[in-house]
Design a protein around this ligand. Structure first.
Ligand SMILES: Nc1nc2c(ncn2[C@@H]2O[C@H](COP(=O)(O)OP(=O)(O)OP(=O)(O)O)[C@@H](O)[C@H]2O)c(=O)[nH]1
Ligand SMILES: [Mg+2]
Length: 305
């Protein structure tokens, strides 16, 4: 694609507390599902880049892990990674949840940090479908006044319902500098296929298990082989304790079967062919706290700069 004069391109960091709807928002802007989404906090663990290319711009959205007070090494890596990425964006999009009605401690911490960076900021008040229509203005004001940062634009949206998303996209495009295509226009993401597959399996676990179990889970793709008419995938689900293994497996193997079925159906849609998916469950004691294991799983602390 020849880009026309004045073409803009750049990176928008989606940043905020866990569960505010960062991934949902990126998916809605993309118009297809890239990032996994769940009602549980700390769903996104990796940095997921989604690319939207139009005639006028290439918007590279960087969906970041939710920033939270970490209780283990994995949480520390996720939070530090998100904070670090925010430094290198063309615009940071701070997302908050309208249903909390005003900023919480975590929002204030994030706003303070973003204010300290010399990257323009946009505030997105998401989930306005959860509040009364005539309260939206007051809630937006409560965030604008309560957050210790200045924002170039403030947009209220519902990522889930698709409300005001076009306006937000246009707003974000304003912040992109003139520049070249960073990705071919047909490329929607640069996320590694094995990571996407492992995330999809983990998303099903997030829906089908409860309390600490989904958070104690990591999924590793041991084998990924395209055999022409079928893709063969072997994956291991790691849990932290012996007691969590039977929970993943379920009575008579029913839960792991359900996880496998749901994941396979989604993978077949993405890959456009039949998928054979085999899942194992193994225990890796306290893996979220062990840097060596985390490195093996692909999580590393960002370098200080
Ligand atoms: N009602 C409503 N729910 C939403 C909206 N946007 C997101 N959600 C829901 O909020 C929950 C969290 O959404 P995610 O997109 O996973 O949130 P996130 O900010 O990426 O979360 P982490 O990855 O854990 O940091 C899911 O159940 C979404 O369906 C919205 O506009 N309205
Ligand atoms: Mg997310």
């Amino acid at each position: 694609m020849e880009v026309k004069e004045g073409f803009r391109s750049g990176f928008a960091g989606f940043i905020g507390r866990p569960n505010v709807g960062k991934s949902t928002l990126m998916n809605t802007i993309l118009g297809w599902k890239l990032s996994i989404v769940s009602p549980k906090p700390q769903t996104t663990r990796y940095v997921i880049r989604g690319v939207k290319t139009t005639e006028d711009y290439q918007l590279i959205m960087v969906d970041l892990p939710g920033i939270h007070k970490p209780f283990h090494k994995l949480g520390e890596i996720m939070t530090k990674t998100a904070l670090k990425y925010a430094k290198d964006m063309d615009v940071n999009v701070m997302i908050v949840d309208a249903s909390t009605r005003k900023p919480g401690k975590g929002d204030i911490y994030i706003a303070e940090y973003l204010q300290s960076l010399s990257v323009p900021r946009v505030l997105v008040v998401n989930k306005i479908d959860l509040v009364d229509r005539n309260e939206v203005d007051d809630i937006v004001s409560a965030f604008v006044e309560g957050l210790p940062a200045e924002f170039g634009d403030v947009v209220a949206v519902s990522a889930l319902k698709g409300w005001n998303i076009d306006a937000l996209e246009k707003t974000l495009a304003k912040y992109l500098p003139e520049g070249p295509l960073f990705f071919p226009p047909e490329m929607g993401t640069d996320v590694d296929l094995a990571i996407r597959i492992s995330d999809i399996i983990r998303e099903k676990i997030l829906y089908l298990t409860h309390e600490e179990v989904p958070h104690s889970t990591a999924v590793i793709i041991d084998k990924l082989e395209d055999k022409g008419d079928i893709v063969v995938i072997y994956a291991t689900i790691y849990v932290e304790k012996d007691s969590q293994k039977p929970i993943i497996i379920g009575k008579g193997g029913r839960r792991i079967k359900e996880i496998g079925t749901q994941a396979r159906q989604e993978l077949e849609l993405i890959l456009g062919k039949k998928v054979y998916l085999e899942l194992w469950v193994k225990v890796k004691e306290d893996w979220r706290g062990k840097l060596g294991v985390l490195t093996d799983l692909g999580f590393t602390l960002p370098k200080e700069s």
